[in-house]
Structures are given as structure tokens and as C-alpha cells.
Ligand binder design. Structure first.
Ligand code: FA5
Length: 342
């Protein structure tokens, strides 16, 4: 009985099996327990002898159980240590934190320059009425200048809706909703059917500026834009106006600033201005009186100035981004490289 029990204990492969063996060989109904109970019925001499033998057997079984338990518990613990081992050197699956897009930060920085002068920030929708994108800005249905900005039209065609090709419709929206004095900037996304290359994208960003007040002239325009370039690029940046044409301004100009990297000296090797010595920021001019009239403002009393600059191009020049595609591909490494100081 004893040998059988000890052999069964030794054969238990894990704690679960040992539990069963304990029940079978040391439990209340085990042969040893039954034998123990029968001892009382034996004659005194036999009782003594049987008691000693059963007692020894039970002691041996208890000891064997104790030893096997501790061996199996050790094994179990070792196995758990191996199975649940944590390799702290493995790469984590935690996602990198995102980063603010530099266009967002740069747009805010641009707006701040104007907010500090007491201007307001205006917004307009990306899906715009054809009339506001073109007609109100002195580009009627057959105006040749419409082809200057190749347009995404929305279906159905008779809804006369476009993806705005510039931020200038916000000028019209602002003038239609408030009377002068008006001092607003509008940074935002615009769309054109342009092919993608290092300096063009079919979706890009502009910042529009509009002032309408009494006695506003081209001199205010130049002074304001010079202040903006100084605030963004630092002191000593020369700017120039080149004659240009926009149906909604008269006279019109393209504004350039001297390349802030090479300062126009030995510019042939300069990658920022590509040998030009100058960087084009965008178009501007004195608001065409026809636009004021179309928007319900009396051009005999008020005059205005406006500008529309490419934010993406400015970001590129300011931060040495050589390919505009990087701005739109959405790689978080590109955005992270800018940090929060733009
Ligand atoms: C305009 O869009 C006029 N609305 C600007 C204006 C506003 C003039 C108010 C007068 C008064 P233009 O088409 O030149 O102008 O675009 C302005 C700027 O947008 C360009 O100088 C350039 O910096 C940027 N731009 C134009 N097309 C793209 C493009 N495909 N990708 C990136 N930037 C572009």
C-alpha cells in the first residue's frame, strides 16, 4: 500500500496530478485511511502492531507528498519565469506622438503679424460660389483672366460651384458682410488643376489681406508688406514691386523680397532663390473700384489695398524646404523636424 502510494507520488508530473494522487492515497477514502479506521477493531496485540505499520506508512506518504510538492512547485515557478519573461530591450509598439503641421504653425505666425496691428482674421469655405471666386472680382464669364487659374468645377455644372482657386473670394465675402473700415487677413487652402512638381501642388495655401478705408493708397500696401517681411525674415530685407495684372486690383504688382539666404550676392549657387537673387511672394495691388462697387462699397468714399501670397512657398523659402511635395505627403518626420518654433 505504502510503496504503491509512494510510486504514484513520484510519477505525478505536475501539481494538478499530484492533487489527485493525494486524494487517492492520503484522502479520507484512501486504502491507508480505511486501514487506519479498521485498526480499532483488532485485538489489542495486533492493534499495536498494525497501528505502528499504518502510522509509518502514512508518515512515509506524507513525507513523499511534501517532497514532491516542493519539487513540482519549483518546476512550476521556473517555467513561469521563462514563459513570462519580459525583454525590456525589445522595441515597443507605442506609436510616436504626432506633430503639428508646419503650415498650420506658419499660417498662425503670419496671421499674428497682422493681429498685432489690430487686423482681424476672416475665413471662407473651400467650396465657393463661382460668382464670388470670379465675377465679384471683376472676372466675368468670358474674362480671359479666368484661365490664369485652372479650376476644379463641382457637379452639377449649373450649381456654379468651384473649389476656390485663391483666397480672394474672402475679400468679396468680407466686403459684402461689413462696411469699412475693413482690416482683415484670411489664411486658407486653395485648389488649382496644377501638375505636382517641386514648387507646384493642386492644393496649396494662400494668405489674403484686405484693407478698405478712407484714403488708402499703394504706399500703405508697400509699408504693410515691408513690415510683414521684416517680422518674418528679420531686418534689412529689401522688397520690390514688379508691375503685374490682376482683374481685381488696379494698379497691380507682384511683390518680391531679396533672397534672405544669399541677399542677392553671388546668387548663382543659391538653392533657395535658384540663382534669381529675389523671391516672389505673391500678387497685390489697389482694389479695383469695380470690385468695391460689386460688393456694395462706394469707391468715391473708400479705397482699398489687397494682397494674396503663397504660404507654402514662403514656408519653403523661410525653412529651406526644397520640394513642395514634402509639405503635402503627411510624413510625421517632416512635421516633427520643425518643432514649434517657426
Ligand atoms: C492670386 O492668386 C491672386 N489672388 C493674388 C492677389 C490677391 C493679387 C489680392 C492681388 C490682390 P497668383 O495666382 O499669382 O495670385 O497666386 C499667388 C501665389 O500663390 C503665387 O505667388 C504662389 O506663391 C502661390 N501659388 C500659385 N500657384 C501655386 C501652386 N500650384 N502651388 C503652390 N503655390 C502656388
Amino acid at each position: 500500500m505504502r510503496d504503491e502510494a509512494v510510486a504514484a507520488i513520484a510519477a505525478a508530473a505536475d501539481l494538478e496530478q499530484l492533487k489527485q494522487v493525494r486524494l487517492d492515497h492520503a484522502g479520507d477514502r484512501s486504502p491507508l485511511a480505511l486501514a487506519n479506521r479498521e485498526i480499532g477493531a483488532l485485538p489489542p496485540q495486533a492493534r499495536k502492531e498494525a497501528g505502528a505499520r499504518v502510522g509509518q506508512a502514512r508518515g512515509a506518504v506524507t513525507k513523499a507528498l511534501g517532497e514532491r510538492t516542493s519539487v513540482l512547485e519549483d518546476e512550476h515557478e521556473q517555467r513561469m519565469l521563462v514563459e513570462e519573461r519580459v525583454d525590456v530591450t525589445l522595441p515597443t509598439k507605442r506609436r510616436r506622438a504626432g506633430a503639428r503641421h508646419p503650415i498650420t504653425t506658419f499660417s498662425e505666425r503670419l496671421s499674428d503679424v497682422f493681429l498685432a496691428m489690430g487686423w482681424e482674421v476672416a475665413e471662407g469655405p473651400w467650396v465657393e460660389a463661382e460668382w464670388l471666386n470670379f465675377d465679384a472680382l471683376n472676372m466675368g464669364p468670358d474674362h480671359p483672366a479666368r484661365t490664369m487659374q485652372d479650376t476644379f468645377w463641382l457637379e452639377p455644372a449649373d450649381a456654379a460651384l468651384v473649389l476656390r482657386t485663391h483666397t480672394s473670394p474672402v475679400q468679396a465675402r468680407t466686403m459684402l458682410s461689413q462696411q469699412p473700415p475693413i482690416y482683415v487677413v484670411c489664411p486658407g487652402r486653395v485648389y488649382r488643376t496644377d501638375e505636382v512638381d517641386a514648387t507646384h501642388s493642386p492644393v496649396f495655401h494662400q494668405i489674403e489681406g484686405l484693407v478698405v478705408d478712407e484714403g488708402i493708397t499703394m504706399a500703405h500696401l508697400k509699408g504693410t508688406l515691408d513690415h510683414m517681411t521684416t517680422a518674418l525674415f528679420g531686418e534689412g530685407i529689401t522688397t520690390r514691386f514688379r508691375p503685374s495684372y490682376f482683374p481685381f486690383t488696379e494698379p497691380s504688382a507682384e511683390m518680391d523680397m531679396v533672397c534672405f539666404v544669399c541677399r542677392g550676392v553671388d546668387s548663382d549657387a543659391c538653392r533657395t532663390c535658384r540663382g534669381e537673387g529675389w523671391i516672389e511672394l505673391g500678387g497685390c495691388g489697389v482694389v479695383n473700384p469695380r470690385v468695391l462697387t460689386a460688393c456694395g462699397i462706394d469707391p468715391e468714399v473708400y479705397s482699398g489695398i489687397a494682397f494674396g501670397f503663397g504660404i507654402d512657398r514662403m514656408l519653403m523659402f523661410r525653412h529651406n524646404v526644397t520640394d513642395l511635395r514634402d509639405v503635402f505627403e503627411g510624413d510625421v518626420r517632416f512635421a516633427s523636424a520643425f518643432g514649434t518654433e517657426i
